[in-house]
Design a protein around this ligand. Structure first.
Ligand code: LLP
Length: 388
């Protein structure tokens, strides 16, 4: 597997901070997904677009033949522009606005992942007005915990997502009674950055239980099951695992999930597809010797990459310009917030003003979560081909 090699010479003349996407690594990741799912013809992988909507990144994902999982009208537009076939787009989210539903219906997307009865009623009404039929599946809250950060678990009963298991039969009956709704599947998602395959196995058992229960009442089998995303990446050592371990992930579903004949299995992976191919490239502005700390003040901040400030997430930092002996730094940004810190007591080769640093594993939920706080400019982005 190829670890990212940074074109430092090319970086020198570029204004920082910017995102750099190693598209050779992205392609390798996509090839691995296609190879690992080849033995299972009923598996269909969608890319969770929220992780990174950069058009240059999307075009590689379209070429690999993946579908798209969108959570807003803006994401649907971005996917249509990037060339995803409308039928391969699914639209999720607890609060879909009317204009977003209309846009999705006009485009003829593959499926709405519906999260409540009032939403189902609005989709039926808007589909009727457009004289079309909406394919829907229900997002079910499986009440399965995942071993990850509390801000990014989604499958517990107390989360705002999905419809409770016990309401399923009633809601499915309602969908069948609606004139412009075609009920086609069940959707689940238990959280993000999950590295324990047992968590996904637990989800499979829950789905098996639910399918048995529904079938005992003459409901189903449904056309497809969507198990969401959530496979994590190695933030501590991205070069050791540039491509996530997709084999045990897909095998877990193949082994534990009792798919019915003809039933399709959909995945919605975000982080595992784009996380490792992206780095935030930043320049050291100043090294400040504090009374108790040494700060490397860089020109990127929480405005370009909010994950450390928001989730205490750790991203590997690499000084691309220095081979000096290692010293400890607090690597901080220029934003007027004390949480604008990328790492504390972090060992880096001796760092000086002007050095270029790469903040690694930032391809997912990096550029997409950037803001203009402090009236900053949104970051530029470059891919391997842009700089070759
Ligand atoms: N499907 C659904 C319904 C989701 O809510 C998500 C992510 C995914 C798929 C994709 O999950 P992934 O494969 O990327 O784990 N901003 C946070 C992550 C939020 C994830 C939200 N939902 C972070 O930076 O860690």
């Amino acid at each position: 597997m190829t670890a990212t090699v940074f074109p430092l010479e090319k970086f020198q003349n570029l204004a920082t901070p910017f995102y750099y996407y190693d598209t050779a690594l992205l392609d390798q990741t996509l090839r691995t997904i296609n190879e690992q799912t080849a033995p299972y013809p009923t598996f269909q992988v969608h890319y969770a677009v929220k992780a990174c909507t950069n058009p240059k990144v999307l075009s590689h994902i379209v070429s690999a033949g993946l579908g798209a999982d969108c959570v807003s009208g803006g994401e649907i537009q971005a996917c249509l522009e990037a060339g995803f076939p409308a039928r391969k787009i699914v639209f999720a989210g607890v609060g879909k606005a009317d204009w977003e539903i209309r846009l999705a219906l006009e485009a003829g997307i593959g499926c709405f992942n519906v999260e409540s009865v009032p939403e189902l009623e609005v989709i039926n009404e808007l589909a009727e007005r457009q004289d079309t039929e909406a394919r829907v599946c229900f997002r079910i809250n499986p009440d399965v915990g995942a071993h990850t950060h509390s801000n990014i678990t989604t499958g517990l009963a107390e989360n705002k997502f999905g419809i409770a298991m016990e309401d399923m039969e009633r809601v499915i009956a309602l969908a069948h009674s609606m004139s412009h709704i075609h009920f086609s599947g069940l959707h689940f998602h238990i959280g993000s950055q999950i590295l324990e395959m047992d968590d996904f196995a637990a989800l499979c058992l829950r789905i098996n239980e639910l399918q048995d229960r529904l079938e005992a009442q003459g409901i189903g089998p449904v056309e497809h099951i969507n198990v969401g995303g959530g496979l994590g990446i190695d933030y501590a050592d991205p070069d050791a695992h540039p491509v996530p371990d997709f084999k045990p992930y897909f095998q877990t579903y193949a082994r534990h999930l009792k798919l019915r004949p003809g039933q399709q299995l959909h995945f919605e992976l975000g982080r595992a597809i784009v996380g490792q191919c992206g780095s935030l490239i930043t320049r050291c502005l100043y090294v400040k010797e504090g009374s108790r700390k040494r700060f490397a003040i860089v020109d990127a901040g929480m405005t370009e990459l909010i994950r450390p400030a928001l989730y205490h997430a750790l991203h590997r930092i690499q000084n691309l310009s220095s081979q000096g002996h290692h010293m400890n730094y607090d690597v901080v940004g220029p934003i007027c917030e004390s949480s604008d810190v990328f790492a504390t007591e972090y060992a880096l080769p001796e760092t000086q003003r002007g050095n270029l640093l790469a903040i690694r594993s930032a391809g997912a939920y990096g550029e997409t979560m950037a803001s203009q706080y402090n009236s900053r400019r949104l970051p530029d982005s470059y891919t391997t081909e842009d700089l070759s």
